[in-house]
Design a protein around this ligand. Structure first.
Ligand code: CU
Length: 122
């Protein structure tokens, strides 16, 4: 192997390792209600789609109103057969701003979390 071939092999190995790491955690892929959405009709549940399968025991969604009061029903659960979809049911929501806080552990045992807000009403 020439020196230049060796360097090229190292560069390719480095790129592959970075790409693998990017896929190795559960990131939020899409959400319903969507981040920043304003809904005329109150949603009855929040559904989050992740980029990786989740560990059900350690993956939760909490939804809070503007005052910090929890307004979900505490029934976070995985949905569907691919184990990448997490849901929680909501209590009846009035007009206002709501925050979705999610915290998950993916099947590779890595933890990720995030939050976003949506609005009901005007
Ligand atoms: Cu990971």
């Amino acid at each position: 192997m020439t020196i230049s071939m060796g360097i090229r092999a190292l560069v390719i190995a480095g790129v592959s390792a970075t790409a693998a790491a990017a896929y190795a955690h559960a990131h939020l892929d899409r959400a319903s209600p969507a981040a920043g959405a304003t809904l005329a009709v109150a949603p009855t549940e929040v559904t989050l789609h992740f980029t990786q399968r989740l560990e059900p025991k350690f993956s939760t969604i909490v939804v809070r109103d503007a005052g910090g009061k929890q307004v979900d029903k505490g029934d976070s659960r995985l949905s569907g057969e691919d184990l990448t979809v997490l849901k929680v049911s909501l209590q009846p929501l009035g007009s206002g701003s709501y925050k979705v806080e999610w915290r998950v552990i993916s099947v590779d045992t890595h933890a990720t979390k995030g939050e976003y807000t949506f609005r009901v009403g005007k």
